[in-house]
Structures are given as structure tokens and as C-alpha cells.
Design a protein around this ligand. Structure first.
Ligand code: AMP
Length: 493
């Protein structure tokens, strides 16, 4: 177990190597680019900053990458027509500060002696800085500031001959959490990190030809929209190689107990996805039920903070017998508040995003349910808004344990010193957000909601480092105080 001190992905000098993202790939479909655009559209919640598609037409690779949403970039028929081919991969990018530049937009593409290679990555490499520095010393010329480019250079310098062997060689050198989709002249590939922290699933277009229609995607919610059915999760540490002969599986790593990211269930995944056999929507409702059992409070109405708090609030209401009401209405034409880079804009964002449904709140004892408190900005604003609408009491209930540690594995969390729960007791947090009471689901309650008896301290089933500080994958870059300037060329877009 590693317990890094007060450092985080946003810490000074360490602020560019992290993405939370959505990835999609398709093998042998007549409309590969259009299908990929649809798949990426269903995965839009995993990244709104930029998007890209690379296709292969049997002779040449084609790519289109752009800043903004999938719809902004791929609704134009001319763009889709410029991406011919029956195979494709795509990516939605969700990065935090600074580096919103086109050269960071994935899929990344490179020409090698063995042919073309495109790769799209969800996750975060925890030794990317160290590898980057070593690669630059060897003469590698980096074109972007994303950690994903490390894969491309490791593949380039590998002494193995086949693409798959070079990929395995690269994977053995990286440390971190990742799901990859990659495309070569010969195959579509999908990879999950050895602990399976980040998700990746395999699907098949319904009625596809015998040698095609294979789909790789971050989440099952991308399957329906492209007319595909779920086949299985790609396993932790597995590489699937898809070509006209079918799906071939390689397991180059020694097996380790898996540690899927528990925050996917709490917040990040779309509620209609099924991850590792567990339906996200049902899991969120069960977390709400646990929360009601653990920290019920007399109240008149249960109100979710939309949209992320809705399923947990439904579970809380069902368990407590208190009516569920939409006491806060969300404006859907505003992006996630979290994406906005400054506190000032974030504050404005929250006001733009939510408004109070006064008749539901006035004179009532209100239980507000949200999925998490990070900096506390959202809770503070919402509590204030609900009080201003006439609520008599406001009790905040959170469907995750307190977020006390930064994520280094691909979920965007600020540095530890900015996490409210890392600095204050729960009573003090309640005071800071202005609530009459505040409670979080316990870590055991969370595990119970996910079908476990409790959290097994010796062998937890999930990566829950953001709540426990138990980091299952080493963090070599955190101990590296070298000059990071090598990777920090900045550029206006
Ligand atoms: P904060 O306002 O900083 O306390 O952030 C908490 C709010 O942000 C909650 O309403 C969550 O739904 C949402 N949230 C939590 N984690 C993330 C994340 N990694 N990315 C985007 N939004 C998040």
C-alpha cells in the first residue's frame, strides 16, 4: 500500500499527464466511421474536451480529430465520407487544465516499418514521466503532452518484429491503469491493465458477417446505439486481437487479483451500463438504500442532486419510505461544472446548471442526495439554493465514502489539499457546506451494495484509493522530482 503525501494529479509540476476518456473500436463493418461516431456519442460523458476517429481502408489510414463534442465533429457527412474503411477506432478525451490542444487529441497515429499504428487510451500511466524522460534521452521526439504517446515510442523502439509482440513489450514497461484500443494494418486490438482498473468490453454487431462486426468499447451503453450485443468484459491483463479469423486472446501478465475502479459505479459510468456483471443503475440504487439504513434522518422529502444523485436518491427514498421529489431541476445545456478550470467559473457553472423547484422545497425537511463531495463547491451552492427556496432543514447524504485521496489512475480529482474531506472532519464539512447534517455511505456499505459482505482489507475487490488511500498500482512518478519541463511545452490552440 502506498500513501503518497499531499500530492495529486494536479500538483505543481505534474499537471499534464492525465486523461479520463472513452474508447471505441470496430472490426469489419460497412460504416466503420459512422458506427464509431455513434459509439463515441454514447460515451460522450467520459470526455467532452476533444474527440477523434482513425479508420483503415485496407491500404491507407485516415483520421479526423477535433476539439469539442462528438456531434460537433462527426455529424457532417463529408467528414464521415473522408474516413473510408471497414475498421476504425475512436476516442473521447477528458483532460483537466491547460492542454486543450489538437496535438493531444487521440487516437494517436504513427507510421512504423511494420505499417501504420493508431492507439486510443483511457486511464493514466503512473510512470509516464520517468519513461518519457528516458525516451527523450534516447532521441524520441514527442509530439504531444499526453502520457499515451509513451506507448507509441515504446512500440517504435521495441526490437520485436510483430505489432503484437511490440505492444506486449511496451505494456511490460508501463505502470498504471489503462484500457487501450489500437489499430494496425492487420488487426484491431484491445487491452486492459493487469488489475483491470479501467473498463473495456467486447461486443458484436447483431447479424454481422462471420468475420466481422466486432466492437470494443469503454462501456456497454455504446452497444445498443450501434446495434451490437454484449459478448464479455475484456479481462484484466488481457489483450484481445481481432482480425478476420476472429478474436484471439493473449495474457502476457502474471495473474493478479483484479481491482476495478469503484468510482465507475458511483459516478463515472453511464447508469445504463453493466460493468463486470453489475448493472450500474441498480448498484447506485443499492448504495442509496445502504445510505438510508446507515444514516437515516427524519425528513419530508428526498431530493437528488441531478443527474448524478438520482439513482442513489431513489434507493434512499425507497428504503426510508420518504417521498422522492425533483426539488432541483437541471439545465441540460450546460456541461459538467467540474470541467471548468477556475473556481470563479466553476461557481458560475453550478448556478447555471441547477435551479430550485420551490413548491417542492418550501417549508420542508429536505434530504439532498449526491454521489460525491470533491472540493465542496457543488454541495455548498446547492444547500444555499435549497435554503433560499424555503427549506426548513437541509440534510446532505452522499453515496460514496469521503473522497480523501487523489486518483492517479485516470479519474480527474484535484490535488489532495483541495479535497474537502482530506482537510476537515465530517462535522466541519457539514458546517462548511451549510447543511444541518452530513453523512457519507461507509466503505463497507459501499461494498455491500456491490454484492460483497464488506471490504476485505487484505484483498479488496475494487480500487478504492480515493476513499482509503490504498493505491494498488505503484506510483513511481510521484517520487520523481526531476525537471518536468521536458514534457511541458505549452501551446495555445
Ligand atoms: P465538488 O463540487 O468539487 O464537490 O464536486 C462534486 C460534484 O462533482 C459532484 O456533484 C459529482 O457529481 C461531481 N464529480 C465528482 N467527481 C467528478 C469527476 N471526476 N469529474 C467530474 N465531476 C465529478
Amino acid at each position: 500500500m502506498i500513501r503518497p503525501d499531499d500530492v495529486g494529479p494536479d500538483s505543481e509540476g505534474c499537471d499534464h499527464f492525465h486523461d479520463e476518456c472513452g474508447v471505441f473500436g470496430i472490426w469489419n463493418s460497412p460504416d466503420a466511421a459512422a458506427v464509431t461516431a455513434l459509439g463515441l456519442h454514447a460515451l460522450q460523458h467520459r470526455g467532452q474536451e476533444a474527440t477523434g476517429i482513425v479508420t483503415f481502408d485496407g491500404a491507407r489510414f485516415h483520421s479526423h480529430r477535433g476539439l469539442g463534442l462528438v456531434g460537433d465533429n462527426f455529424s457532417n457527412a463529408r467528414v464521415i465520407a473522408s474516413l473510408p474503411g471497414r475498421v476504425a477506432i475512436g476516442h473521447n478525451r477528458y483532460a483537466t487544465t491547460g492542454e486543450t490542444i489538437l496535438r493531444n487529441v487521440q487516437p494517436l497515429y504513427a507510421d512504423f516499418e511494420f505499417g501504420g499504428f493508431a492507439v486510443a487510451h483511457n486511464g493514466n500511466l503512473t510512470n509516464a514521466h520517468l519513461l518519457h524522460r528516458a525516451l527523450v534521452r534516447r532521441g524520441c521526439l514527442f509530439q504531444s503532452t499526453t502520457d499515451s504517446e509513451v506507448f507509441v515510442h515504446l512500440i517504435a523502439i521495441s526490437l520485436y518484429s510483430t505489432v503484437v509482440d511490440r505492444l506486449i513489450d511496451a505494456l511490460k514497461q508501463v505502470i498504471g491503469a489503462y484500457s487501450l484500443v489500437a489499430l494496425s494494418n492487420e488487426a484491431l486490438m484491445g487491452v486492459r491493465d493487469p488489475l483491470g482498473v479501467r473498463p473495456l468490453i467486447l461486443g458484436r454487431i447483431i447479424g454481422a458477417e462471420a468475420n466481422g462486426g466486432w466492437v470494443l468499447a469503454s462501456e456497454t451503453c455504446a452497444l445498443d446505439i450501434v446495434g451490437a450485443e454484449f459478448i464479455r468484459d475484456v479481462e484484466p491483463g488481457e489483450i484481445v486481437v481481432i482480425n478476420d479469423q476472429g478474436v484471439h486472446s493473449i495474457r502476457p501478465f502474471t495473474r493478479a487479483p483484479e481491482r476495478f475502479c469503484v468510482f465507475e459505479y458511483i459516478y463515472f459510468a453511464r447508469p445504463d451500463s453493466v460493468m463486470e456483471g453489475t448493472a450500474v443503475y441498480a448498484a447506485r440504487k443499492r448504495i442509496g438504500e445502504e445510505l438510508a439504513r446507515e444514516s437515516g434522518v427524519p425528513a419530508d422529502v428526498i431530493v437528488p442532486v441531478p443527474d448524478s444523485g438520482v439513482p442513489a436518491a431513489m434507493g434512499y427514498a425507497a428504503e426510508s419510505g420518504i417521498p422522492f421529489e425533483l426539488g432541483i431541476i437541471r439545465n441540460h445545456y450546460v456541461g459538467r461544472t467540474f470541467i471548468e478550470p477556475t473556481d470563479h467559473i466553476r461557481n458560475l457553472g453550478v448556478k447555471l446548471k441547477h435551479s430550485a423547484n420551490r413548491p417542492v422545497l418550501a417549508g420542508k425537511r429536505v434530504v439532498l442526495v449526491d454521489d460525491s463531495i470533491v472540493r465542496g463547491t457543488t454541495s455548498r451552492k446547492i444547500v444555499e439554493m435549497v435554503r433560499a427556496a424555503g427549506a426548513r432543514e437541509v440534510h446532505m447524504r452522499i453515496s460514496s465514502p469521503p473522497t480523501t485521496n487523489s486518483c492517479f489512475y485516470g479519474i480527474d480529482t484535484p490535488e489532495r489539499s483541495k479535497l474537502l474531506a482530506a482537510r476537515y472532519s465530517i462535522d466541519e464539512m457539514a458546517r462548511q457546506i451549510g447543511a444541518d447534517s452530513l453523512a457519507f455511505v461507509s466503505i463497507d456499505g459501499l461494498y455491500r451494495a456491490l454484492g460483497k459482505a464488506a471490504r476485505d482489507k487484505a484483498a479488496p475487490s475494487y480500487c478504492d484509493a480515493c476513499f482509503t488511500g490504498d493505491y494498488p498500482i505503484p506510483l513511481p512518478d510521484q517520487g520523481d522530482n526531476s525537471d518536468r519541463q521536458l514534457s511541458l511545452l505549452s501551446e495555445e490552440n
